[in-house]
Design a protein around this ligand. Structure first.
Ligand code: AMP
Length: 191
C-alpha cells in the first residue's frame, strides 16, 4: 500500500491534486486541515475554539494536537493507499510521521513537491479572493491570512524539502503548469 506526502505552499493546488488521486487511484486523502476543521465545528472538542483562532490567523496548530489527531488515523488506515495533504508541516512532524509508519512496518514511498513561484502564487491568491463571493470562502481565505500562511510555510515547512531530498524520496512537479499536466506528472511518479 502506498503512502505519499504532497508538499507545497498554500494555494499550490495540493487539495485539488489530492482529490484527483482519490478519484483516480482510490487513495485515501488524509488532510490535517480537514481533521482540524472537524474539531472546530465539534462543540464537544476540548480544543476547538483554540484551534479555530490559530487557523484564522494562519499560524500552525501546536504539534501535539495535530500529531494526536493523525496518529490514530494512520493506524486505522494501515491497509489503504494514503495521500498526506497538509502534513507534515515542520521537521518534527516529518520525524513523527516516519516513526509512526515504521511502527506499523511501513514507510513513505514519495514526497511530491508541487513547486510554485511565490510571486505568481501571491498574485493568484489575490485574484482568487477578489473573484470569490464572501459566503463561499473558508474562514482563513483572506489576503492577510494567506500571506501569513505563505510566510509560515517558508519558515517551517520549506526545510522538510531538504529532509526528504536526503532520504532520496523527494520528487518535484512544476506547479505552474496546468492542473491536468500536474496530475499527469504526479501519476507518472506514483505508477
Ligand atoms: P490546510 O487545510 O492544509 O490549508 O490547513 C489550514 C490550517 O490548518 C493551517 O493554516 C494551520 O493553521 C492548520 N494546519 C493544518 N495542518 C496542520 C499541521 N500539519 N500542523 C499545524 N497546523 C496545521
Amino acid at each position: 500500500m502506498k503512502k505519499i506526502v504532497l508538499l507545497g505552499a498554500p494555494g499550490c493546488g495540493k487539495g485539488t491534486q489530492s482529490k484527483f488521486l482519490v478519484d483516480r487511484l482510490n487513495f485515501f486523502q488524509l488532510s490535517t486541515g480537514d481533521l482540524l476543521r472537524d474539531q472546530t465545528s465539534n462543540k464537544n472538542s476540548k480544543y476547538g475554539q483554540q484551534i479555530n483562532l490559530i487557523m484564522k490567523k494562519g499560524d500552525l496548530v501546536p504539534d501535539d494536537l495535530v500529531i494526536n489527531l493523525i496518529i490514530e488515523k494512520i493506524i486505522l488506515l494501515k491497509n489503504e493507499n494514503i495521500i498526506f495533504d497538509g502534513f507534515p508541516r515542520n521537521i518534527k512532524q516529518a520525524e513523527v510521521l516516519d516513526d509512526s509508519l515504521e511502527n506499523i512496518s511501513m514507510s513513505l514511498d514519495f514526497a511530491i513537491l508541487i513547486d510554485v513561484d511565490f510571486k505568481i502564487l501571491e498574485q493568484r491568491i489575490e485574484n482568487r479572493i477578489k473573484e470569490t463571493e464572501n459566503h463561499e470562502r473558508r474562514d482563513d481565505d483572506n489576503i492577510e491570512t494567506l500571506l501569513k500562511r505563505i510566510e509560515v510555510y517558508k519558515t517551517n515547512t520549506f526545510p522538510i524539502i531538504e529532509y526528504y531530498k536526503k532520504k532520496g524520496i523527494l520528487r518535484n512537479v512544476d506547479g505552474m503548469d496546468t492542473i491536468d499536466n500536474v496530475s499527469q506528472e504526479i501519476l507518472k511518479i506514483i505508477n
